[in-house]
Design a protein around this ligand. Structure first.
Ligand code: SF4
Length: 230
């Protein structure tokens, strides 16, 4: 399998685990706020393959404990479970990021115990979900199925929403709260602009708004936390 990027060490991507992060190309969504759009539009070239990753991991056992797999959308890749097996066979914990649109593959991964932690995006309230993903329409049943798989499974997980001033308002956090009511953990991440973000004119909510949204979300998920807010 081709990998389109690697961050060789991070303390931020995998909670409580010193990890590297690998980036897999391709995604079925087109989020206007995507931070990794070069992985989506095909401009990013592969940087290594899975054999080279395993060689890298063999050399880093004293320094790293985990591998965070992100994208793009990793679950698009049929070879993802095999990659996860190979990483685990080297003694590393595995975190998976997903947009939640591939419940079949997610189910297989959870049932085989290939992930130690899963982070799933909750993009917006159902009425605004497709718009927020840059799509004309979406099958929300797939998103709901992935939510239930995580909430009813044994794998540690988080839901997370990147909060954007132009896309989110108070009512959305009530509706998203209903979608994941009783979940283990929910993070609201404040949007940050970058050169690679495909659409200009998007902005971050104020800190006050972020706290207000978190207070609403915490009525549904007790462990609601903020990221990117001082
Ligand atoms: S789901 Fe993630 S990787 Fe895919 S377009 Fe949206 S933000 Fe980018």
């Amino acid at each position: 399998m081709k990998l389109h990027g690697i961050q060789k060490m991070t303390l931020l991507d995998f909670p409580g685990v010193v990890s590297c992060t690998i980036f897999l190309g391709g995604c079925d969504f087109r989020c206007p706020f995507c931070h990794n759009f070069e992985l989506i539009d095909g401009t990013a070239q592969p940087v290594m393959d899975d054999d080279e990753l395993i060689a890298f991991l063999k050399s880093r056992k004293a320094l790293l404990d985990g591998v965070a797999i992100t994208g793009g959308e990793p679950c698009l890749h049929p070879d993802l479970p095999q990659l996860m097996r190979r990483i685990r066979a080297e003694g590393y914990k595995v975190k998976l990021d997903t947009n939640g649109y591939h419940p079949g593959r997610l189910k297989a991964i959870l049932e085989e115990g290939l992930a130690d932690y899963v982070a799933m995006d909750i993009k917006n309230s159902e009425e605004k979900y497709a718009l927020t993903c840059g799509m004309e329409s979406l099958d929300m049943g797939k998103i709901r199925e992935s939510i239930l798989l995580l909430m009813n499974g044994n794998t540690d997980y988080e839901f997370r929403t990147t909060v954007i001033h132009e896309f989110h308002e108070e009512e959305d956090f009530r509706r998203m709260g209903e979608m994941i009511k009783g979940a283990k953990r929910y993070f609201l991440q404040r949007f940050t602009d970058r050169e690679s973000v495909p659409y200009g004119n998007l902005s971050a909510p104020s800190f006050d708004d972020m706290h207000r949204y978190a207070a609403i979300a915490s009525e549904y998920v007790a462990d609601t936390q903020l990221r990117g807010v001082e």
